[in-house]
Design a protein around this ligand. Structure first.
Ligand SMILES: Nc1ncnc2c1ncn2[C@@H]1O[C@H](COP(=O)(O)OP(=O)(O)OP(=O)(O)O)[C@@H](O)[C@H]1O
Ligand SMILES: [Mg+2]
Length: 270
């Protein structure tokens, strides 16, 4: 279970202050897939970075299974698997070594660890590169390695920052199966995206953010109802402007439309 209460995160100093997240609250329950949806610069990655204990909030708090991310980051990491925005794997190690290292950090060892790695290699179709040095990996290979690393300790909560980034059709389908499998196992899954179609078929709940603030929350149907739009993409764009209609939001809305326009309906999306 993930809870975010009145989260605020600013960067910089008084001369140049950036408010990345501004009083964001939502929860992501166990056994459900929750999507954090918003245009570029909305504050998605910043919110997720607080959750996986890389940064400390300026105000408010985030809880993983009731544990405060700022007060007990190690306790949180035991319960959380995270896929950061930039996969950030060790390039000198192979994928297997990367995943094994994180497994060991999380207390796994011996046959249990090796069996777990093998299961992920099969699930994510990593056989061809698993024992090659990670330097030079393609985007998708890096993403799969980072995903395997996030899931190695079978965490109860999983946070994924734009997980389809760089994945091909088959890898995206595999990822969708994995995410659904996590949900069926009763885990809490939270992932970010800026593409409405990508989340619509997969997630149970949506949290739409823009300009560091929550604009709408609920199931896809509830958001359609709240905005009065039948088409989900229109509902998304309308939700972005629900509480504000200044120029910056018009830019944000434009970014969303631009991001969505060329996206093919080819099964490659989540
Ligand atoms: N370390 C930082 N220092 C200064 N500003 C930052 C920092 N991290 C994020 N920001 C700013 O905070 C805002 C939100 O950024 P964030 O990365 O959370 O957005 P996002 O929703 O993940 O966007 P994208 O879809 O492009 O990944 C942006 O204006 C960004 O420039
Ligand atoms: Mg981001």
């Amino acid at each position: 279970m993930i809870e975010v209460h009145n989260l605020r995160k600013t960067f910089g100093n008084s001369k140049q202050l950036v408010t990345a997240v501004d009083d964001v609250s939502f929860s992501a329950p166990d056994g459900k897939i929750t999507a954090l949806l918003g245009p570029n610069g909305a504050g998605k990655s910043t919110t997720l970075r607080v959750l996986y204990t890389v940064i400390i909030p300026t105000q408010g708090r985030a809880l993983i299974d009731g544990i405060d991310t700022a007060l007990d980051p190690l306790g949180v990491r035991e319960r959380l698997g995270a896929l950061p925005h930039n996969a950030g794997i060790y390039e000198r190690l192979s994928a297997r070594e990367n995943v094994r290292y994180f497994g060991r950090l999380n207390g796994l060892k011996g046959a249990e660890l090796e069996d777990r790695i093998e299961a992920l290699v099969q699930q994510l179709d990593m056989q061809k590169f698993i024992d090659r040095q990670a330097k030079g990996y393609s985007q998708g290979q890096k993403m799969k390695t980072a995903l395997a690393r996030a899931l190695i300790h079978e965490p109860k909560n999983v946070v994924l920052d734009e997980p389809t980034n760089g994945l091909d059709v088959m890898a995206t389908r595999a990822l969708r199966d994995i995410i659904n499998g996590l949900k069926d196992a009763g885990k809490c899954v939270l992932f970010s995206s800026h593409i409405m179609q990508e989340v619509a078929s997969l997630c149970d709940d949506l949290v739409i953010i823009a300009g560091g603030q929550v604009r709408a929350r609920g199931s896809a149907d509830e958001i359609r109802e709240q905005t009065g739009c039948d088409d989900l993409e229109d509902a998304f764009v309308a939700a972005l402007g629900l509480t504000d209609d200044d120029d910056s939001l018009d830019v944000a809305n434009q970014q969303v439309r631009t991001a969505q326009a060329p996206f093919p309906d080819d099964g490659a999306t989540l």
